[in-house]
Design a protein around this ligand. Structure first.
Ligand code: CO
Length: 136
């Protein structure tokens, strides 16, 4: 079941500059940054309860965010819905004909499991579904 808007992601060509904008100009707090090797991105999280803003930047200058930046120079990149059972949500949506960018969820930031729905299944919007890691 989808339970929350986990984050809204913005692809940025200059991560330090973007962090500075959100922190110094908008007065928000940087929650942390993380290299997500599976997605070839560096992600900076800015909590803004009840959701977060994720700034995404290509790790090592390659990957899907690098391609996006080459085409568009930056912009709104994806929405992420939080799920309490990602396998169940993926199976339910596949049954309805939704196409995904991967066969199964892969490791995401903070030990979560993530998968992306193809934008063609959602009127051009890239939607991520994530299931946070179990609390320890
Ligand atoms: Co995301």
């Amino acid at each position: 079941m989808i339970t929350a808007l986990d984050h809204i992601a913005v692809a940025v060509p200059d991560l330090e500059k973007a962090i500075q904008r959100f922190v110094e100009d908008f007065g928000l707090t940087l929650g942390g940054t993380e290299d997500v090797h599976e997605a070839k991105t560096t992600a900076a999280f800015i909590p803004l309860p009840p959701t977060n803003i994720e700034l995404v930047y290509p790790l090592n200058g390659e990957g899907p965010v690098a391609t996006y930046l080459e085409k568009k120079g930056g912009g709104l990149h994806h929405l992420c819905f939080r799920s309490d059972n990602i396998e169940e949500d993926v199976a339910r949506l596949r049954e309805k004909g939704y196409q995904f960018l991967a066969d199964a969820p892969t490791p995401g930031a903070h030990g979560s499991k993530v998968i992306f729905i193809h934008p063609r299944s959602c009127d051009g919007v890239l939607i991520e579904i994530n299931q946070p890691a179990e609390e320890h």
